[in-house]
Design a protein around this ligand. Structure first.
Ligand code: ADP
Ligand code: MG
Length: 332
């Protein structure tokens, strides 16, 4: 028998967990396509290195940028590459559990399932990302107790309140880490008439971005291209201006959290007041995010131990206990 696989197809990162083995792949959700013949040239890390450095006919695509399938062919090729990397094709075909956004449509669900089957899976199962995150965070999701997960990814933020194995309240917005990067890019362009790349703005965010004042006190030097002279140039950015530049997406993430709390049944709000909010996803690592959410939502907040891996680890636990947990899976 092939070992079952769990795939977290994130907007920013793709992770694969193999049953009885653990995480075997962790790469950016990017592929490089030759637009002349549709050939996939690379995926993951290798494709990511190509962004912004490729000739015109090679494009790097983030196929899940908006949180779900925008291009079925590309997604299918990507799943095939992932399965190839995991050794599928050489071994008997595995069952595959795919973590998908809760806001996914029926058509998109079938597209993901179909893509996995065509790519060589023996069976394709789907699980909602917030449920997988809650399982990965060890929350008591099958009990009649409210658990709350805020998953801040690259292109999306999903806020879910879970009880008795299901999502009771969901807020999904198309705002995440990518929007924070874009806000930094726009700020540097407007304030310093300088162009910086996507990767540079992400580096700035990780180095000195923050959701609350006074949590960072270093400056960074940023290199880019002067928009007037067209020449390379550098400027110093301080954490306070970066914090103000990213306020809009950060506020949107907080607002989605508060909206979910205000829409949830009162009994569950009581539970969450005690159990707190579990923040996860790479965006949860933004400095000051835990404090900011706690301050605005008036609820304790804690970051899950491995925010970038929580979803795939949760799905991995489902694989390890396939028979007892498979009621969690959605049917496409
Ligand atoms: P997805 O599940 O959508 O693929 P991830 O959970 O992998 O997203 O998170 C990716 C996002 O997290 C990216 O936007 C990335 O820039 C951001 N990120 C990763 N590490 C940090 C950090 N230390 N501080 C702020 N943002 C971070
Ligand atoms: Mg994710």
């Amino acid at each position: 028998m092939a070992r079952d696989l769990a795939i977290d197809l994130g907007t920013a990162n793709t992770l694969v967990y193999m049953k009885q083995t653990g995480i075997i792949l962790n790469e950016p959700t990017v592929i490089a396509l030759n637009t002349r013949n549709g050939e996939v040239l690379a995926m993951g890390q290798e494709a990511w290195q190509m962004i912004g450095r490729t000739p015109g006919y090679i494009v790097a695509v983030r196929p899940l940028r908006q949180g779900a399938i925008t291009d079925f062919d590309v997604t299918q090729r990507m799943i095939r590459l992932i399965l190839q990397r995991a050794g599928v094709g050489r071994f008997p075909r595995p069952r595959v559990l795919i973590c998908v956004p809760s806001a996914i449509t029926e058509v998109e669900k079938r597209a993901v399932e179909e893509a996995a089957l065509r790519a060589g899976a023996r069976g394709a199962y789907l699980i909602e990302q917030p449920l997988a995150a809650a399982i990965g965070a060890n929350l008591p999701i099958n009990e009649p107790v409210g658990s709350m997960v805020v998953d801040v990814g690259g292109g999306t933020t999903e806020v879910a309140i879970i009880s008795l194995g299901g999502i009771v309240t969901l807020k999904a917005i198309r705002v995440g880490g990518f929007d924070i990067d874009a806000a930094i890019q726009n700020y540097v362009r407007a304030e310093y008439t300088m162009a910086i790349g996507e990767r540079t703005s992400e580096d700035i965010k990780i180095a000195i971005g923050s959701a609350e004042p006074d949590v960072v006190d270093v400056r960074v030097e940023v290199r880019g291209r002067d928009l007037v002279a067209g020449l390379p140039r550098h400027v110093q950015l301080d954490p306070d201006e970066v914090r103000r530049a990213i306020e809009e997406p950060v506020a949107a993430i907080c607002e989605a959290t508060i909206d979910a709390l205000s829409e949830c049944p009162p009994e569950l709000s009581q539970d969450i007041l005690i159990q707190g909010i579990h923040l996860t996803g790479g965006g949860g690592l933004l400095k000051g995010m835990v404090e900011r959410l706690a301050r605005e939502a008036h609820v304790p907040v804690q970051l899950t131990p491995q925010p970038l891996e929580t979803v795939v680890l949760g799905a991995g636990r489902c694989l390890e206990a396939f028979d007892s947990l498979h009621s969690m899976f959605m049917c496409a």
